[in-house]
Design a protein around this ligand. Sequence first.
Ligand code: PLP
Length: 401
Amino acid sequence: MIELGKNGGKLAKTKAFHPWPYATEREKELINEVIEEGLWWRMSGSKVNTFERKFARMQDAKYCLGVTNGTHALELALATLDIQEGDEVIVPAFTFISTLTAVIYCNAVPVVIDVDPETFCMMPSAFEKAITPKTKAVIPVHMAGQCCDMDAICDIARRHNIRVIEDASHAHGAEWNGRRAGSFGDLATFSFQNGKLVTCGEGGAVLTNNKELYDKAYLIHGVGRPVADKTYAHVVLGSNYRMNEFQAAILIAQLERLEAFNEKREISAAILDKLLCNIDGITPQGRDPRANLDAHYMYMFYYDAKAFSGLSRQDFVEYLNKEGIPAFIAYPVVSDTQFYKQRNFRGYAFQNIEPQEHDLSNAHKIADNVVWLPHYTLLGDQVDLQEIAEAIYKIQSYCNR
Ligand SMILES: *Cc1c(COP(=O)(O)O)cnc(C)c1O
């Protein structure tokens, strides 16, 4: 008789996964520097500047601007491109909600399109089909750490004079055809929220290769004031999106580990793919070979309840948790969320506009069936990976007993 979870039998997971968030003496050393120097904001300190220089270089971009968080990074990127009322911005149906809400917050119209059923990334064909004379920008999301088809997306955007903002919140260090996420679009955004691959609890960044866009983003992110302004010269309409020195101190230390962690996750994900693709009812996220470095922010797979005697996906996730494996259900389709369906847009321009309907069947299939494991499950050893597979086998035998 198989028993699941903590009551009774031995757990499938016998030891802890790699801790996350993760810090060493290096983070403490840099934080102490900020405290001892007494320079807590970027206007006086040097940590934000240092972080920006290092992160831009790491992502093959010329300029980086540290900001408060990834949601604000998207809002700032759209404001920098002057996206405003009357403009349409194309976003994928399968992403974290901020990709959509940032568009609503700048008074523009989000146009939600489908994603690829294997890679879960924006489908270039759906992008091209959704273009209208009002389309001003597109926001491809490098889903779970795998880059979108940036060749096709940038080519379509160029032909139609549409601006590209990469939402690279999952893609620290990720590469497409040997080039890093964040270097393809007019602008790119990153998040350093608690669970992300590089984290300071909350944080974000905007990257670009365009000096003019960088200068404009800098002004908007600092309430419209030029660098080192001491005269309250508010030259553009801005807000306060500034990153502080404590955030940057932690991030500098985190960046020193990113390359090694990405290498480790690539190796682990390949092993886990092999282990899980043998299990009936489990199909890992597919991979475009041109996405030559996948950062693996989330390890995602389709779950087919039929192979588990109809066990619901939510129960499957709970059983995994009981066995000591952290697991979650996928994001909902952005336009299936409560506020969107109730058309509760608080008076932003989208309130008065009938949303465009596009086929979102792949995104629905993913949102309804996919399960994901957090990236730190890939930072341990082979035993960790075997135990993930064993937990799934154990649940399957239990359900089909
Ligand atoms: C995390 C995330 C964001 C938002 O970042 P925050 O730092 O949490 O505001 C935006 N887009 C995607 C795809 C994300 O995963």
